[in-house]
Design a protein around this ligand. Structure first.
Ligand SMILES: Nc1nc2c([nH]c(=O)n2[C@H]2C[C@H](O)[C@@H](COP(=O)(O)OP(=O)(O)OP(=O)(O)O)O2)c(=O)[nH]1
Length: 305
């Protein structure tokens, strides 16, 4: 119980097909919140781990056997009569065709079509991590544009790429961004938000930049830097799409600075309601650690170039 409200721990799974569509299930008559669409899953039983509950529920409800899954996001949602902790997993491989075994309607739906369904309020915050890649790469601050282009092919294919080039004037920055955008990169800019709007790119705010905001900036996607849970809470209130939290590990560039460690990272990131990238001494080899500690993935500069 939390206050007067019962606390319910639930495991649910996002089954995603190669075409990107995900499986939604409609809660059947007789269950709480009947008629609402959700991701399949159910309550974690006493003595059971979240991943055990996931496997059991997806087998009971859909008849599928999970072959591979990874943590996606853990959310906490307060309903008027209960608090739900939702341990959400991305199911990347499974055996069998999902069937309705508990009288629930099922639908494969493209992410952009989910808005047409009446969903539980926890579905929208799960769409944020689903739309994001596992790596968020910042450019080294002084890299020249030619070297940057040469090295791009070595980055993880679908990574977010923040053009963090403080030495470049606004015109040169905008020209580089426009040409990389034409090349199909998932760019995040950190200049005037109008440039992010014009090029349909993300916008990254430093802690200083987002602390000056009263509401979500008008940009296609909004990311912010954070140093702890209070920052994550503020970014969630600003409806950020993701945060970058650190420093997790010691770095050569900031020797002696305090670090969160992976447990500190998890303590802040879990149930923050946002996808959170780990940064600070982190590279692609830390991806499993990031996932195991409630993160969306890894962010960094030096480790990626
Ligand atoms: N499966 C699932 N449950 C969700 C989601 N979002 C959300 O708030 N919930 C809530 C609704 C319920 O209060 C709770 C899940 O409980 P449930 O009643 O479906 O669990 P169960 O399958 O074990 O059902 P039962 O045997 O107790 O009838 O979590 C979601 O996306 N998927």
């Amino acid at each position: 119980m939390t206050g007067d409200l019962p606390l319910i721990e639930v495991a649910c799974g996002v089954l995603q097909r190669a075409d990107g569509q995900v499986l939604l299930a409609q809660r059947p008559e007789g269950k709480i919140a009947a008629g609402y669409w959700e991701f399949p899953g159910g309550k974690i039983e006493p003595g059971e781990s979240a991943d055990e509950a996931l496997l059991r529920e997806l087998h009971e409800e859909l008849g599928v056997a999970v072959r591979a899954a990874r943590p996606l996001i853990r959310l906490r949602h307060a309903y008027h009569n209960r608090i739900v902790i939702l341990d959400t997993w991305l199911v990347t491989d499974f055996d069998g065709q999902p069937q309705s075994r508990e009288n629930q309607a099922l639908a494969w739906v493209a992410l952009d079509a989910i808005a047409a369904y009446t969903t539980l309020p926890t579905v929208a915050p799960i769409l944020k991590p689903l739309r994001l890649p596992a790596h968020y790469v910042f450019t080294p601050p002084t890299i020249d544009p030619a070297t940057l282009r040469d090295r791009l092919p070595a980055l993880p294919g679908d990574a977010l790429l923040r053009l963090r080039l403080p030495a470049l004037d606004d015109r040169a920055y905008a020209a580089l961004a426009a040409s990389l955008r034409r090349g199909g990169h998932r760019l995040v800019l950190d200049r005037d938000p109008a440039l992010s709007r014009e090029l349909e790119c993300g916008w990254h705010a430093t802690t200083r930049a987002w602390r000056a905001l009263r509401q979500r900036p008008d940009v296609p996607a909004f990311y912010g830097s954070a140093h702890g849970r209070a920052d994550l809470d503020a970014l969630r209130r600003l409806d950020a799409d993701a945060a970058v939290l650190g420093a997790v590990l010691p770095t050569a560039s900031h020797p002696g600075e305090p670090t969160l460690g992976w447990d500190g990272f998890a303590g802040a990131a879990l149930e923050s309601g946002l996808p959170v990238y780990a940064i600070g001494g982190v590279g692609r080899e830390h991806l499993l650690y990031a996932w195991q500690h409630g993160g969306q993935g890894c962010a960094g500069i030096s480790a990626y170039w």
